[in-house]
Structures are given as structure tokens and as C-alpha cells.
Design a protein around this ligand. Structure first.
Ligand code: NOJ
Ligand code: CA
Length: 715
């Protein structure tokens, strides 16, 4: 909650959203029970009684602040986690359940343990930072069942200055060969009841990520997607997620029934209910607990990158970060169609218009949706797409050539509607076609509940599928931008062609989404939740904010439309990191009646999409964020500031600039009278001299923001 101007406490929009969700869907009994605050207090006061530790091994990060302790208690392997003086996790159990076998959890004895320390640095071909230092301490603990069948496993723990991580290793062994895992029994027993920001993973549409965030005590959360962001009373922040998800089920987190505030992994399923099919030797993904002492330290988050194998791509320079426009928003505001017909968007002439705009305004490419056969009636149900046959009014090879002649690329589109069988059948030829004509990136899409075979979006089946797509695309030198994706667990370290993905409510929800679109706090929550996993193709840059160009004409404030000011749309280019950053509106929205570009378009033209460093200057989850990023290889900085429904002024020091040099700040601020409801368009563009000693007052209108370019004074 945050205080309102009248001093009263208002319910954040996320709780309002949770309330409406609760009205729409029956609450599970646990959540209903957790309504009583006294009961929460009672749960908090009664941690489960634990047997004493038989073995205790402690692992501290290089700076000593992140500590994981591993214990064997009554034959069960536990771990707990502390950040400085704050206990984050209480002893939490580890183990697995398999079909047709006893759980692998009890009656364990310690076999041995080993320690290591590593300190390396690697460069990223593109990213929110150019280099990542991987300095960690490691503890490998081997355990085995004391009695027959004597199955064995190891857990490898790593302690970093910004978090801890662990993964299981199942060696080849007679009593554990081929297996069907029904559950992973890893627990996260929260030491207190922190505030949590979460999206449900199991209510509403099956494992859909496109949800509004709810904030609540963790003990009242649903089964949730990760990253799960937790804010403890001491100010410590903990984010539970995973890394290196290669051949396993995606992890949700669900409260253990009757377990107070203990979460357990809940794995996405194959249709038959299995979680993971495998054969030893086998390793699981890393379970990660990112830790920070202040919310501003959560980003940029590189923990998952340090836990993925190095790049397997020989020349990553072909995956160029870029801004792009596309035949896209017109379909979402109903002025164009995906299918061929009188309003077809992907016609040769229309795509040329988009390419001309891209070339004139310094973009790198144009996305084309609706170019291929299969969009006719009920595409969502059928997913009967061809990925090699263009509609007759779309000249793929000719347009790809035209794009190249202007230094651009077409960005292809493969909407599968979760008919994965149909897509896999065509995958090689579809990628080969794009490679042949010179399409350098493809947007994929998985609209639908479960796959055509009934597997969940985050299931092992889909994890394997997405790997196949990434690796096939890499063989053809094609970058990938996944929508309705598998969650990001740092794949881009190994496969730098895995450039961006959706995986949350993006801009499209402001065209047709429920609740009148995304609430104004949405992106201030995304920054500290979804975006900690990796880049997001949010598709910012809508200039016609009342959607006056939509088929139904200008929308009323309570109807779906972007609930932001124009300056906030610009700020999103800095706040939301993506190496593929869309300039999402239709070309005419960026031009005045005289055909001249809107002055604010200059910021989009100038803003970088690849960064040397990133620093969060100020933030409060659900309220505001101010981020500074340095353009890769240039002495140029960009600052993005966004607020929620409150007007806000944030003072920030520019001490990230090199000392003693003169810079010019080009400021794009909310203009006089700017207000999302009455008039979101006013923008005030100004310049001022700044240095490292300057303090900037960033004033934002309700639902507003500010975007700043800082360049050397001499240029
Ligand atoms: C959902 C995607 O998020 C959106 O960008 C796309 O236009 C539609 N699917 C159609 O593929
Ligand atoms: Ca989507």
C-alpha cells in the first residue's frame, strides 16, 4: 500500500485485481483459510518442529553476505539460507518422487562433500551489461540411502554475493536408470511471511503468464510462476527462480498444504501427469535465490547467466540488437487483418511502407505478421498454419531483398497456436526458407491453452520444443523472439540467438485486454519480477494513446488503451530491457499532418538497445523505477523513469557519469496538463547542461514518466 495525497491508505491496483480475480474464480480452500490475519500470525509463530542436525556444512559467498547451510536431519537433506543477519529460508527439505518407486528423500547418509571457488569473467555479445563476473564458492554434497536400494544423488550449492543456487545430480546407478519423476520435493521454507509479488500458474487459463500481478503476504499466494519476488521486513529482497532449464519441467511454486509459508516446487506436466522423463546420469536445472539488501540492487540480474554453459554460437555478431517496427498494432486495434482480404496488413505495398519508415528513422527491421497461409477462420483452435507458403499478395523474397537494399531485415513470424506437432513438422524447412531469403530474426507464438497433444506451456515437452527451435534457428543464423514462451532461465548465454520473449502482459493488452488494459503500476512491478528473468519484447512506443486510429475510434479512459503519458512510452525503452525493441505504433502515428516526424520520435531514434552498464537509481515495486544505462561502446547515457497512478518527483544524482566532463541532457518530460485520462499527449522537450555533480529532479505526471538522453556537450 502507499499513502494517498489525503494521507489515507489506498489499496494498490494489484490487490484490486486480485479481488476481482477472486470474485471470478472460486478461491482454493487454503487461500480462503489464510484470510485471517491472526491465523497468519499463528502460523508465523509456529515453525515446524525439526529434528536436530546430524551434519552441518556452511557455505558463504566471497563477501560473506549470502550464506547457505546444508544439514542432514533425521536422514533428510535440508538447506537454509541467510542474507547477512536476515534468515531468508528455514531448513527446507530436498528430494524427489518417482513413479513406481519410493520417494528419494528419507533414510539418507552423507557420502562425502567437496568445495571449490571460481572467479571468472565473460563478455556478452549483447545485454544490459557488457561483461559478467562469476565469482562464487561451491559445495558439493553427496548422499545415499543407507538401506536398499541405496540410491544416491548429489546437490551442488553455489554462493554468490548476490544469491545462492543449487542443482541436483543423479548419477548413473543400478536402482535409478530410466525414470518418470512425478514431483520434485524441493522446499523453500520462508523464515517470515514476506510481501510477495506473483502471478498465478494454475488458476485461470492453464499456466498462462499473461496475468496481472498480485501483491500479498507470501502465505496467501497461489501456486505461482517464477521469478517470485519477496520483500522481507529487514529490507532484504529474495527472488526465487531457476537457471539452465534444458530438459526438465518448468518449476512453479506452491504452498505446502498445511505448511504455513513453505513453498514446494510444483512441476509443469506432460498430458499423462508426469513431470519429468529422464535417464541417469541426469542433472536438474539450478534453483536460484537471488538476494539483495535493497530493491535497487535486484537489477541488472545476471545470476542465471552465470549458471548457464558458455556460448555455443561461433559468431554471435550476426544477432544484432535493433529497434524494429511491424505490421502488428493494426491487427490489434482492428484496422488490419492477419488473414488475406480487403484489410490484409501483410501486403507487399504495406510492408514496403513500414520498411521505408524503418529506414528513414534509424530502425533495424520490420516484423510481418499474417504473411503465411492459415489465418483464415478459427486459427486459435486449428493452428493449421503453413510456414512456407506466403499469401499471394505478399512477396517474401522481393521484400527481403528490398529490406536488405536499405540495410534492414524482415522479421519473420511463426504463430503456432500451440499446434506444436504442425510446427515441428515444418520447422527445418521454415527456418531454411527464412535463411535463404535473408530474414535474420523470427517471432514465434504459442497462443492457446495447452499444446495440440495436451502438454502444459512450461512442460518438459515444451522445454524440449523451444530448445529445438532455438538450435534450429541458430543453425540458420536466425534470432528468436518467443511469445507465450517457456520462461527465461538464461539460455541466451549459451544461445545468443535467443534474443527476446514475451511471457507477461505486454502492450497488446492495452488494445483489447481485460481490466481496461494494463494498470499504470504494471511496468513498475514487471521491472522487479518478470524482467529479472531476462529481456522482454513488451513492444513500447504507442504515440496515439487514445487509440483514435482504432477501428472503433478514440477510446474512453475506462476502455482498453495505454494508461500512460507519451513521456512514459519513451521511458519504457530504457526501463524495459530487450535487444529487440519494437516501435509498436502504426507509422502514421509518429508523423504530423504535414508528414513531419513528431519531435518525440527523436528519442526513439537515439535510444540505444545494447548496453555497457545498467544502474537502478531509485525504485519501489509497484510505485516507480528510475534506471540509467550506458550505451554500448559510446559515451552516452539514457535514463528512464516511470511512475504508477501517482504524480511523483524523484531526485537522482548523475554520479554515474565520469567526473570532470561536460554533458548535455535532452529531457522528454510530461508536458503541462499531461494526464493519462484527460490528455496523455503533452510532452515537454528541453536541454540542459549536466555533469557528474548534477542532481536531477525528475517530475512525473500521474501515470507518467520521463526519458533522458545524456550525451557529451561537444557533440
Ligand atoms: C500473441 C502475440 O503476443 C502477439 O504479439 C501476436 O500478434 C499474436 N499472438 C498473433 O500471433
Ligand atoms: Ca501474447
Amino acid at each position: 500500500m502507499s499513502p494517498s495525497p489525503t494521507g489515507r491508505v489506498r489499496a494498490p491496483a494489484s490487490l484490486v485485481a486480485a479481488a476481482s480475480l477472486a470474485l471470478a474464480l472460486p478461491l482454493p480452500p487454503r487461500a480462503a483459510r489464510a484470510q485471517s490475519a491472526s491465523e497468519i500470525g499463528a502460523q508465523a509463530a509456529r515453525p515446524p518442529a525439526l529434528p536436530p542436525a546430524e551434519t552441518m556444512l556452511r557455505l558463504a559467498s566471497p563477501d560473506g553476505r549470502s550464506v547457505v547451510t546444508v544439514e542432514l536431519r533425521d536422514g533428510v537433506l535440508h538447506y537454509h539460507v541467510a542474507r547477512g543477519a536476515t534468515q531468508v529460508l528455514l531448513p527446507s527439505r530436498l528430494g524427489f518422487a518417482f513413479r513406481g518407486a519410493e520417494p528419494l528423500q528419507r533414510g539418507l547418509r552423507l557420502v562425502d562433500s567437496a568445495r571449490a571457488e571460481r572467479d571468472t569473467t565473460f563478455a556478452l555479445p549483447w545485454g544490459e551489461v557488457a561483461r559478467v563476473r562469476d565469482h562464487h564458492r561451491e559445495l558439493r554434497v553427496r548422499v545415499a540411502e543407507a538401506a536398499a536400494p541405496g540410491r544416491t544423488f548429489a546437490v551442488v550449492f553455489r554462493a554468490f554475493d548476490d544469491g545462492v543456487a543449487f542443482r541436483y545430480e543423479l548419477p548413473a546407478q543400478p536402482a535409478l536408470g530410466d525414470f518418470a519423476m512425478t514431483d520434485e520435493l524441493t522446499e523453500f521454507a520462508l523464515a517470515e511471511d514476506p510481501k510477495a509479488w506473483w502471478i498465478t500458474a494454475t488458476r485461470s487459463m492453464p499456466d498462462r503468464q499473461e496475468q496481472l500481478y498480485t501483491s500479498s503476504p507470501a502465505s496467501m499466494a497461489d501456486t505461482v510462476h517464477t521469478p517470485l519476488t519477496l520483500q522481507l521486513q529487514s529490507g532484504v529482497q529474495a527472488v526465487i527462480h531457476e537457471a539452465d532449464l534444458v530438459d526438465y519441467a518448468g518449476m512453479y511454486l506452491g504452498l505446502v498444504p498445511g505448511g504455513g509459508r513453505t513453498f514446494r516446487t510444483s512441476l509443469a506436466r506432460w498430458k499423462d501427469g508426469t513431470a519429468v522423463q529422464g535417464r541417469t546420469p541426469f542433472v536438474t536445472p539450478w534453483r536460484t535465490i537471488q538476494l539483495a539488501d535493497r530493491v535497487e540492487e535486484l537489477a541488472p540480474s545476471t545470476l542465471t547467466l552465470r549458471l548457464n554453459p558458455p556460448s555455443r554460437v561461433a559468431d554471435a555478431s550476426v544477432y544484432r540488437p535493433m529497434k524494429y517496427n511491424g505490421v502488428w498494432w493494426g491487427m490489434h486495434i482492428n484496422t488490419e487483418t492477419w488473414e488475406s482480404g480487403p484489410k490484409h496488413g501483410a501486403t507487399t505495398a504495406n510492408v514496403k511502407r513500414y520498411l521505408d519508415f524503418a529506414a528513414a528513422h534509424g530502425l533495424g527491421g520490420t516484423l510481418v505478421e499474417g504473411w503465411n497461409r492459415g489465418w483464415e477462420d478459427s486459427w486459435v483452435e486449428k493452428g493449421a498454419f503453413s510456414f512456407t507458403e506466403p499469401y499471394p499478395d505478399f512477396d517474401l523474397a522481393g521484400l527481403a531483398r528490398y529490406a536488405r537494399s536499405k540495410g534492414l531485415t524482415l522479421i519473420g513470424h511463426h504463430e503456432t497456436a500451440t499446434n506444436v506437432t504442425n510446427y515441428e513438422r515444418q520447422l527445418d524447412s521454415a527456418m531454411a526458407l527464412y535463411a535463404r531469403v535473408g530474414v535474420r530474426a523470427v517471432k514465434t507464438g504459442y497462443v492457446g491453452d495447452t499444446t495440440d497433444q495436451g502438454h502444459a506451456h512450461q512442460s518438459q515437452y515444451m522445454v524440449r520444443h523451444h530448445r529445438r527451435v532455438i538450435e534450429t534457428a541458430a543453425r540458420h543464423g536466425i534470432g528468436v523472439d518467443m511469445h507465450e514462451p517457456i520462461k527465461d532461465t538464461g539460455e541466451r548465454r549459451t544461445w545468443p540467438n535467443m534474443m527476446s520473449r514475451e511471457g507477461s502482459r505486454g502492450m497488446e493488452f492495452n488494445a483489447w485486454g481485460g481490466e481496461g488494459g494494463n494498470p499504470p503500476e504494471h511496468e513498475t512491478i514487471l521491472f522487479f519480477t518478470r524482467l529479472l528473468a531476462g529481456p522482454m519484447d513488451f513492444t513500447p512506443g504507442i504515440f496515439d494513446l487514445t487509440l483514435s486510429r482504432s477501428a472503433s475510434g478514440a477510446r474512453k479512459p475506462w476502455e482498453p488503451r495505454p494508461r500512460t503519458t507519451l513521456a512514459k512510452q519513451l521511458a519504457l525503452y530504457v526501463v524495459i530491457y530487450s535487444p529487440l525493441q519494437m516501435v509498436a505504433d502504426v507509422p502514421e502515428s509518429y508523423l504530423g499532418p504535414d508528414g513531419r516526424p513528431h519531435p518525440a520520435l527523436k528519442f526513439i531514434r537515439d535510444v540505444a538497445v545494447d548496453w555497457d552498464t545498467t544502474r537502478v537509481l531509485s525504485g519501489r515495486i509497484g510505485d516507480h523505477v528510475v534506471v540509467a544505462r550506458k550505451a554500448k561502446g559510446r559515451d552516452e547515457w539514457f535514463v528512464g523513469a516511470i511512475t504508477d497512478e501517482e504524480a511523483r518527483t524523484v531526485d537522482v544524482a548523475l554520479d554515474f557519469l565520469p567526473r570532470g566532463r561536460a554533458y548535455v541532457a535532452e529531457v522528454y518530460a510530461d508536458g503541462p496538463g499531461a494526464h493519462w485520462r484527460d490528455d496523455p499527449q503533452p510532452i515537454a522537450i528541453s536541454r540542459r547542461a549536466v555533469t557528474a555533480a548534477t542532481r536531477l529532479r525528475i517530475a512525473m505526471a500521474p501515470w507518467g514518466g520521463q526519458a533522458i538522453r545524456i550525451r557529451p556537450a561537444a557533440t
